[in-house]
Design a binder for this molecule. Structure first.
Ligand code: ZN
Length: 86
């Protein structure tokens, strides 16, 4: 795994793996239930919400997920929902 691989997202004060993050957004009715990769779904969602994903200081992770790179994950950290290791 590369340091800049996206392994999880921070959203609503939780760290979620990509599958759980998308599941959460689908459950909240924010994104359609599609098979696209998480990053594709988020890019489209961001465009609708007028969120600038390139500058994460412009939004709050309560409102829109922020990426967690492999290099930012601590040993033993796991998804807040499925508890899978990140
Ligand atoms: Zn998960």
């Amino acid at each position: 795994m590369k340091a800049f691989d996206i392994v999880a997202y921070t959203y609503e004060a939780e760290i979620l793996c990509p599958a759980c993050l998308i599941g959460r957004l689908v459950h909240e009715g924010k994104v359609p239930d599609v098979d696209d990769p998480a990053e594709t779904v988020l890019d489209i969602h961001a465009a609708f919400e007028h969120v600038d994903r390139q500058d994460e200081s412009t939004f709050d992770s309560d409102d829109f997920p922020k990426v967690v790179f492999a290099s930012q994950v601590e040993d033993g950290e796991s998804c807040g929902e499925c508890e899978e290791a990140l």
